[in-house]
Design a protein around this ligand. Sequence first.
Ligand SMILES: Nc1nc2c(ncn2[C@@H]2O[C@H](COP(=O)(O)OP(=O)(O)O)[C@@H](O)[C@H]2O)c(=O)[nH]1
Ligand SMILES: [Mg+2]
Length: 289
Amino acid sequence: MNYQWYPGHMTKAKRMMQENIGLIDLVIELVDARIPSSSRNPDIDGLCAGKSRLVLLNKSDLADEKVNRLWMEYFKKQGIYAVEINAKSGQGLKAIYGTVREACREKIERDRKRGIKNRPIRAIVAGIPNVGKSTFINSFAGKACAKTGNKPGVTKGKQWIRLNKELEFLDTPGILWPKFESKEVGRNLALIGSMNDEILQMTELASDLIAYLLQNYRAQLASRYRMENVDDMTTPLMVLTHICEDRKCYRKGQEADYEKASALIMDDFRSGRIGRITLERPPADGSAE
Ligand SMILES: Nc1nc2c(ncn2[C@@H]2O[C@H](COP(=O)(O)OP(=O)(O)O)[C@@H](O)[C@H]2O)c(=O)[nH]1
Ligand SMILES: [Mg+2]
């Protein structure tokens, strides 16, 4: 499969991060809980060197609860502050304040020693397209927070969203591109819908998904598509054929419409209708990849 990205957009977005990073104390990195590794950006460590960091495991409502916990443990072991959230419903957002304070302890301490009072923590929200940056900023900042506008010493035109006297966000999130050197990462991003579906082979993608579900979430798959004989289903094609029958996906002349069945299962998966599914687990030994 070939994935298409837009180098022009990527360069522009990266430049925006580079220009703003000097103004920032804290980088809040959103990742997708269904693919916490594939949805991280490899450049972020370099871009954010010396900054406090916080990872938000977003869309946790769509991901496997048990695996969410494994990822939280993993991040903790790596010494990375992380909070599990659902930006859409607001779940988990309250826990962010305490963790931000922990992540920025050094800055807070430094300010205190220098006698600097009331200098809020300035943060940028960053992440790959579609990970939920805007949703997060809207639900975390809410309507109550006024944009504070230009500030002396701050690049002209920058808007800050004041959450309270402790914390401010840059109103423009940093868009980062995922790493795409590996085929698996590309596939994971395609599965959650982070890429333009028009350029993807839907049946190939659905087959990959089904193969994974057969291995890891067999009961959920069986229940969603009323597969009483799930244990006899050994190949993705058998499952797709079953879905064609179950959902009446036929072309003219009773020919199975695999494309339609593929689109259907992809949509079910992305909307969480098959259940809460995570596509990747943290490395078992807890080491960084
Ligand atoms: N289920 C679920 N959907 C979410 C969550 N956060 C964001 N979304 C959805 O993900 C899509 C992309 O969100 P958006 O904020 O535009 O992403 P951005 O490109 O990073 O700004 C939207 O349809 C959101 O409603 C979440 O925690 N759970
Ligand atoms: Mg957005």
